[in-house]
Design a protein around this ligand. Structure first.
Ligand code: CTP
Ligand code: MG
Length: 382
């Protein structure tokens, strides 16, 4: 059976601080509001109304881009006014049409929550997700501390589901001398029966700054870990120094290449691009392009790191192995780790640089060239 959803996202999020209204702050790589809007869209909500403040409209459209069937509705000065603005857009839908009202500030909505609410609505005019209280309650009254009973008390969450007629009747009759704090209150006031269905602690509302810290931890579970590998080799030629992993080492030869021939940074750049599925270094910086002649390779690596961040991701760790008989890498290893960490914008303990010889075998053993291989692990939003 069909249902509509109204996601209210027009608040200013004053208690959460940070300046940006909380629905449009980022959580695990996407806007807070996008989390629940995606779930409602997947559950089949249609129409799916998102109520936004006029001055956040452009931000909202970009945060929800790519999702189809969303209708943006200008919000009101209070939550109840924003809900009513959404209701008005449902027009003359019949009284038994089902509508879910949801706070955008509750990101961790699942289709199971939606199914539970719609089932609860079969017998009643409304159904809400609610949780029993776990903590002992205290009431401070003129210096005296009382302990009210928890008996019969519940914490109400959203979404809240209603038959459209009951919700319309409730709002039509509500005198706005007091602001309702949820929609079930409005429906109950005109005699509408509201069922309680089991809520979920994970559906908590982002209200204070510390709620965002908790949400970030939970959002971490929604990230994917990816790895990529890279390999590069350059030929030895006449020279007096060589660049390896972003460090210049005095040497009796140099590596020949179009850029500075830093095989360590090239392998690492390819490893990051590989983890992103974003092609290879040659595609991003074609050797045929004269602007990369003699270029310092730290630019290539910084670009790959920027691409990871642009996807809302982060670098977990990288590991480079340089394969050569000479020069000795060990004395330069710490400087290389520090430089790579600096280019990537990560801590030194996220970077490893190792070296090996091939005991005289192969092109590295014959000292025709130097090879490097690298692996990178990154985390991306799903
Ligand atoms: N809301 C709304 N229109 C308003 C006020 C609130 O659509 N005029 C929405 C919020 O965007 C939020 C939900 O109602 O998704 C719950 O409100 P609340 O947690 O109070 O959010 P804010 O009002 O944004 O925050 P604060 O009260 O701290 O300013
Ligand atoms: Mg508010």
């Amino acid at each position: 059976m069909s249902f509509s959803a109204i996601v209210v996202a027009a608040g200013s999020g004053l208690r959460a601080g940070a300046g940006v209204p909380k629905a449009w702050r980022h959580l695990g790589g996407r806007a807070v509001a996008r989390w629940s809007v995606e779930t409602l869209a997947a559950a089949g909500a249609s129409p799916l109304l998102v109520v936004v403040a006029e001055d956040m409209r452009a931000e909202a459209e970009s945060a929800l881009s790519g999702l189809t069937g969303i209708i943006f509705v200008p919000g009101g000065a209070t939550r109840a006014a924003s809900v009513q603005a959404g209701l008005a857009r449902l027009g003359d839908a019949p009284d038994d049409h089902r509508v879910l009202i949801h706070d955008a500030a509750r990101p961790f909505l699942t289709r199971a929550h939606v199914a539970r609410l719609l089932a609860g609505l079969e017998e009643r005019a409304g159904a809400i997700l609610a949780l029993p209280l776990a903590d002992t309650l205290k009431r401070q009254d003129e210096g005296r501390l009382g302990t009210p009973s928890r008996e019969g008390l519940w914490r109400a969450q959203t979404p809240q589901a209603f038959a459209l007629g009951a919700l319309r009747r409730g709002y039509a009759a509500w005198d706005f001398a007091t602001e309702p704090t949820d929609d079930a209150q409005v429906v109950s006031s005109t005699g509408g029966e509201v069922a309680l269905v089991p809520g979920d602690p994970l559906l908590f509302k982002l209200t204070y700054p510390e709620d965002f810290l908790m949400a970030e931890q939970l959002a971490g579970g929604a990230r994917q870990v990816r790895t990529g590998m890279g390999y590069d080799a350059h030929r030895w030629g006449p020279g007096d120094a060589v660049w390896l992993c972003g460090v210049r080492i005095d040497h009796d030869q140099t590596l020949i290449g179009h850029s500075d021939a830093d095989a360590g940074l090239h392998a690492l750049t390819d490893a990051l691009l590989g983890a992103l599925g974003a092609g290879d270094i040659g595609e991003h910086f074609p050797p045929s392009d004269p602007q990369w002649r003699g270029a310092a390779s730290d630019r290539f690596l910084a670009h790959a790191a920027d691409l990871v961040r642009a996807r809302g991701g982060q670098i977990v760790n990288v590991d480079v192995t340089l394969i050569c008989e000479r020069p000795k890498i060990r004395p330069h290893r710490d400087a290389m780790r520090a430089r790579v960490a600096e280019i990537l914008g990560v801590a030194e303990d996220q970077v490893s640089v190792k070296a090996t010889t091939t005991e005289g075998m192969g092109f590295t053993g014959r000292q025709e060239g130097l090879a490097a291989q690298a692996i990178a692990t990154i985390e991306l939003p799903r």
